[in-house]
Design a protein around this ligand. Sequence first.
Ligand SMILES: [Cu+2]
Length: 91
Amino acid sequence: MKKIFFFLIPLVLLAREELIIKVEGMHCPLCTTAVKKALKKVEGVESLKVLLETKSATIVAKDGIEDKVYLDAVKTTGYDGVIFSRHHLKD
Ligand SMILES: [Cu+2]
């Protein structure tokens, strides 16, 4: 029993997921920079790509961060974000 427990802890800690957040309001490179900055501050975010062409942010982060945390971060820039997709990463 104990063995299983210790085996599971690292799996939970290492679990990561990829999210795509649509930010339709972005219209120039300054917007993407602002959104990028805001999302970078979210604890657990490991990598981040914000593209103007697709008006979206692609994030790799620690598993289990609530949607609201990301959307609130986007909101600090004055834009509204919408969670477009979210899936677990295996590695
Ligand atoms: Cu702009």
